[in-house]
Design a binder for this molecule. Structure first.
Ligand code: KG4
Ligand code: ZN
Length: 349
């Protein structure tokens, strides 16, 4: 049974909880004072030997880490549970077991402290993350969301008004980074390792495809590019291992192909919407070459690109606490039911 909670809105700071994948995070955001605390534990070492996230291990570890992180966050902020105004938790999309740990803990804490609880959409939180920075973008803006699970261009007319303009037809950008990193024998997590290798490579040596560029529209596709890298790896490694130069150049060529594609589609979407502000968020938004390239492209057009700080590109709870704060201010429904939706399209918000 779903109860609409009827606790008064105290206007106190909002606790945010993030457990959708492999980072356990807790943060506290206050409407007047801003971010008061943000704590994160990354499970990278736990999953590294399996080459990817093991859902069962992720859930168990969230369960162990969450309350100790909460204690640290409350101490840092100098607050007790009942000083808070609400509890916001990531309700989806994500791994169901992992989501349930954050959702049940969040709703449990809200009931214990007599606070409203708010389910937060993980991708909405990502796209609002740049609003945590000084000199944030004004609405409306275009958002390029590129993470391990999603790649999309979103017309953000206002808070809560989202229209998806384009999406990946197959792999997400981060997923492609991770898969190509595996082809190049790089350790998990692949994205940052591949980016580091690409820094010293020649992006022009291998002619790799720029998927979907010749087709109209704003959708992406990265699986053909991944296959092109796979075929190159096979060709080059015949009779032995890839040499260091081949690996560097393939990494650089792949990264450049992804950047060119994301940039061209973003510009197409800016033209379609008439917007001059581009927000880039999600784990791939931490890629330094992508950041530099988009910054240059937007400057050339007289527009501007906005990023969260690098640590708020990847999963974190600051963006969840902030989204909870905005949701409360906008009068979104709070609920004592446990919400966990592994699949949750952004435009169903
Ligand atoms: O947003 P995020 O932390 O988790 C999801 O919601 O998916 O994104 C993680 C993804 C992974 O695929 C990771 O390889 C990628 O972001 N990533 C990067 C970089 N840092 C993280 N990809 C390219 N370059 C990076 N520097
Ligand atoms: Zn994410």
């Amino acid at each position: 049974m779903e109860l609409q909670s009827n606790q008064p809105l105290s206007g106190g700071p909002v606790l945010g909880i993030e457990t959708s994948c492999d980072e356990t995070a807790v943060a506290i955001y206050d409407g007047q004072q801003g971010l008061l605390a943000h704590e994160l534990f990354s499970q990278v070492d736990l999953h590294a030997r399996y080459g990817g996230v093991v859902p069962e291990l992720a859930s168990r570890d969230h369960g162990q880490r969450l309350i100790p992180l909460l204690d640290v966050a409350l101490k840092t902020a100098g607050l007790k549970g009942d000083d808070l105004g609400a509890v916001a938790y990531t309700a989806g999309p994500g791994l169901i077991g992992a989501l349930l740990v954050g959702a049940t803990t969040g709703v449990g804490l809200a009931l214990a402290w007599n606070l409203p609880a708010l389910p937060v959409h993980h991708m909405e939180a990502h796209l609002l993350a740049p609003l945590l920075e000084a000199d944030p973008p004004a609405f409306p803006f275009l958002a390029l969301l590129v993470s391990g699970g999603h790649s999309m261009l979103v017309d953000v007319a206002d808070f809560g008004e989202y229209r998806i303009l384009g999406e990946t037809q197959d792999d997400a950008a981060g997923e492609a980074f991770d898969k190509v990193a595996k082809l190049l024998d790089l350790p998990y997590p692949g994205g940052p390792a591949l980016a580091a290798l690409a820094d010293d490579g020649d992006p022009a040596r291998f002619a790799l495809p720029r998927p979907m560029l010749r087709r109209p529209g704003m959708d992406f596709s990265f699986s053909g590019l991944k296959t092109a890298v796979m075929l190159k790896v096979r060709e080059l490694s015949e009779g032995g291992l890839l040499n260091a130069e081949d690996r560097r150049d393939l990494a650089a060529g792949f990264q450049q192909a992804v950047i060119d594609t994301l940039q061209a589609k973003s510009i197409r979407a800016l033209e379609a919407t008439g917007y001059s502000r581009l927000v880039v968020a999600g784990g791939v938004g931490a890629n330094r070459q992508l950041r530099a390239s988009l910054r240059g492209a937007l400057e050339q057009r007289g527009g501007r690109v906005y990023y969260p700080r690098i640590e708020f590109c990847t999963d974190n709870a600051a963006m969840v606490a902030y989204t909870g704060h905005r949701s409360l201010a906008a009068g979104r429904a709070t609920s004592t039911a446990v919400h966990a939706r592994p699949r949750w399209p952004l435009d169903e918000l």
